[in-house]
Design a protein around this ligand. Structure first.
Ligand code: NAD
Length: 477
């Protein structure tokens, strides 16, 4: 039997497109489907709709060979042995996951099944979704022996998606039958065996031939819960360190020292202990809400997650007040904003705390000149160019004559600014940094007033007094 599998991936977004390119890299024949005709055409023409390291390289390698793009789901499903569903599962009005895209795709797949198919949910979905997909397919008259439904949650992070996929911490495969298990093992065999890492063209990363990713075989329900629980736990870690940061600020301790001290404990780990303006993006906010909703539905009290969400929103407000504390009022002020995407390394602006912050600044009457290495075009759709809103393609153009520079995400280039040059072109040498990219005492020495998160505010010796001391004075004082 051939080791290679005929795969269809439905959805060509951050997860679907990356998974499709990586499956092709593993030797499989892949058809990537999307109902967005413009996206499909762009992919066929050699374009890449998202910003991801190594993605262009992989698409160029396989586009004219074992990787194809189409909007014809039925034909693609008909030809496939395994169909991965990787469409969006946004938050519904009620806070639960909106599964209507998954439902629509499952019904469409059902209409094209005439030989055995394995249907795999890769989208992040609540427990029992597997069961619902099975029911939808059966309702469409497909006999049980012609299909299985499995769960293979995806843990990639935007910005490092290709590396994360091929050098995964773990591969979780949830299924309830042996034939589904056998097919999924075949798909991931090059990674699980370590063979992939021997290849000359392998995408570099942390995994090696001797240390391949572990494969965890579980029930479908456990796989679904693993994904929700993992994201909810990471979000909890972020909210936790943000509250610790607020304590540090109040007592004059440095949250980075505290986080390092905590993170060196191997039971805790250092990742996701960076204080900032809270989590955003297309996953954490909706996944925390969806997991909380699942718990409510089955009458399990998960109040902890409500608190995590509350802290996350408060952290944004707290940072906004911090910016205000140095500017006093926003009206008439020019602010240089660095970072629009929800984090560095991606062009994704969904649920971006940075955009939220810009909206508030504009609402308060400030003029914003913003720069982001990849997210500007998407941001323009949310906050159009206007009298008060300008987008530029250079940090120093953004900073020219600005009253303050505000760093909102963690692109590596924001941590390597020419600070002397920056100080020279700003109207006032003020930096408010939501990502703690600089050392406060070095900033004071360079002549900056520097405010970060969970660390003491510093000012150059000439400027006495902290803006925090005066932040709560009446505005007329
Ligand atoms: P996305 O919005 O970038 O992509 C979804 C794609 O599906 C879009 O291109 C859309 O046009 C397409 N689509 C929607 N309905 C369709 C249909 N009926 N037929 C064909 N195509 C259709 O979403 P994403 O970020 O890739 O996320 C997909 C899923 O993976 C979500 O459940 C998400 O929670 C999960 N996930 C995302 C990430 C991430 O970092 N983005 C990581 C892990 C898991």
């Amino acid at each position: 039997m051939s080791k290679n599998v005929a795969i269809t991936v439905v959805g060509s977004g951050y997860v679907g497109l990356v998974a499709a390119a990586c499956f092709a890299e593993l030797g499989h024949r892949v058809v990537c489907v999307d109902n967005d005709e413009a996206k499909v055409q762009m992919l066929r023409d050699g374009g890449v709709p998202i910003h991801e390291k190594y993605l262009q390289e992989l698409l160029d390698r396989y586009r004219c060979g074992r990787l194809e793009f189409t909007s014809d789901l039925r034909a693609a499903a008909c030809d496939a042995q395994v169909i991965f569903i990787a469409v969006g599962t946004p938050q519904s009005q009620a806070g639960s996951a909106d599964l209507s895209y998954v439902d629509a795709v499952a019904s469409e797949i059902a209409r094209s099944i005439d030989s055995y198919k394995l249907i795999v949910e890769k989208s992040t979905v609540p427990v029992y979704t597997n069961e619902w997909i099975r029911r939808v397919i059966e309702r469409n008259g497909v006999p049980q022996e012609l299909f299985d439904v499995a769960s293979n949650p995806e843990f990639l992070r935007e910005g490092t998606a290709v590396t994360d996929f091929l050098h995964a911490d773990r591969i979780v495969l949830g299924m309830d039958t042996e034939r589904a298990a056998e097919m999924l093992r075949r798909i991931y065999e090059p990674l699980a065996s370590g063979d992939y890492y021997r290849k000359a063209h392998a995408i570099p990363g942390t995994r090696t031939e001797d240390d391949p990713p572990p494969v965890l075989m579980t029930s479908t329900k456990a796989a679904e819960i693993i994904k929700h629980a993992s994201n909810a736990f990471l979000a909890t870690k972020i909210s936790f360190i943000n509250v610790v940061a607020n304590i540090c600020e109040a007592v004059g301790a440095d949250v980075q020292e505290v986080a390092r001290g905590m993170g060196l404990d191997s039971r805790i780990g250092s990742k996701f202990l960076q204080a900032g303006i809270g989590y955003g993006g297309s996953c954490f906010p909706k996944d925390v809400a969806a997991f909380r909703h699942v718990a409510e539905q089955i009458k399990v009290d998960f109040g902890l997650l409500r608190e995590v969400e509350k802290i996350n929103l408060e952290q944004r407000q707290r940072f906004f007040r911090k910016v205000q504390s140095v500017l006093w009022t926003f009206r008439g002020k020019k602010i240089a904003v660095l970072g629009l995407a929800f984090k560095g390394g991606t062009d994704d602006i969904r649920e971006s705390p940075a955009l939220d912050m810009v909206k508030q600044m504009l609402h308060e009457g400030a003029a914003v000149r913003a720069y982001d290495p990849a997210a500007t075009e998407h941001a323009k759709d949310m906050i159009p160019v206007g009298q008060q809103m300008e987008y530029v393609d250079d940090v120093y153009v953004a900073a020219e004559d600005a009253d303050a520079v505000v760093i909102l995400n963690d692109w590596p280039e924001f941590a390597e600014l020419d600070l002397r040059r920056l100080r020279g072109i700003l109207r006032y040498p003020i930096m408010v940094d939501a990502r703690n990219l600089y050392d406060p005492s070095a900033m004071a020495e360079l002549g900056f007033s520097y405010l970060s998160v969970g660390r003491a505010e510093v000012s150059p010796a000439a400027l006495c007094g902290s803006s925090r001391d005066i932040a709560f004075l009446p505005q007329s004082a």
